[in-house]
Design a protein around this ligand. Sequence first.
Ligand SMILES: [Zn+2]
Length: 453
Amino acid sequence: MSCGFSKLFDREHDPSAVNSAIGTRFIYVLPPGIGLQCLYKTSSPLTPVRGVEFFQGTLDSTDEIESARVFDTTLRDGEQSPGTSFSYDDKRQIASILDEMGTHVIEGGFPVNSDAEFEAVRDIASSTSTTTCGLARVVDKDIEAALDSGVEMVHTFVSTSDVQIEDSMHATREDVRERAVESVERVKEAGVTCMFSPMDATRTDEAFLVDVVEAVSEVGVDWINVPDTCGVATPGRFRELIAKVGDHTDARIDVHTHDDFGLATANALAGIEAGADQAQVSVNSIGERAGNAAYEEFVMSVESLYQTDTGIDTTRITELSEIVADKSGMDTPGNKPVVGDNAFSHESGIHAAGVIENSDTFEPGVMTPEMVGAQRRLVMGKHTGTHSVRERLEERGFDPSDEEVRAVTRRVKDYGAEKRRVTVGDLERFAEEAEVPRRTEDESEREREEVRA
Ligand SMILES: [Zn+2]
């Protein structure tokens, strides 16, 4: 790490996490008073930061849902991301944070898969206070392995769409219904909570889906998960489907949505609006193909947009996201909602000036960086305006006239337009070349504020 930015974080944080920050820009941490919290904090505050009230205006309506539970499948579906494999230690570490944050269910993995997987699921189940879930096909050895691992919930699944029944399972609808019922019966007989998934529900013949849902409900299934396995749902259609499933079962409903069209979180929320109690999500939305509904998007939408308390400590979301990115080997794009480097960054003149005055001007208002343990940043580059440059120069001890601010801003923009780094050294050099006078130096201020390009 060659830039000075690391100094800001070295003492308590993993500097490698900072390396992924924006490559060619000048990143400046806003001073206190605009409301900041350390980006890489590793412990939660005594009082979790809660949502800010929804803004008055066109969309000021927050009574659609009363509650929403979070079922995390980072360690199961998330691990099925091509190229991703979590070690035993990775799983334990991620599970322990999810547990401390108050996640309602942690799907630890697929116990029949391997000894290491079995041990990870077993040890997560015994060491966490939340509900641990193990996945099982509707196959005896899978169900027994899941039960033997000591999980509080077994999630058993079978394809119900004709395309998967025929070309993946090579079975018949009758086999599917029978094996589903037998598997649920076995889990219930063992006294364990049972979740059943009709896999590929959104591409399943509706009458058959209802038939299977009713059959497993009759033998006492606790949860019906409705998976949009191939990501083809839309919010309106999914809402109707969840309502329909609800008409045919007394079990609680859970939804599992995929992001092939970028609709996973929207579909999960539509499911909750339609009466589902819980959504399956993964941190950074990792998972099969384009991934799952994102933990961070779902939780923050429920908390901020729906003004509904999940009970989850959202201030650890940034930390959780970084650990999962590291362990999964999947980088988080800068423009990723909630957890991307740009989620609370501002460069363009009007936005940065507005945010300096009041962060609500160009941020959602109902979601702040503090709420997710992140940090608001001003980024200097091609789109920087004079307001930001003046702020930065004054903080560096300069006392510029309007004309000098404009001159330095031109240099910053030109430099940024060439995709070059605009460091604090560059900014000072531009100021000196423009002969901007200095106020009395405050060395401690200088020490505190570091800049990275
Ligand atoms: Zn999935």
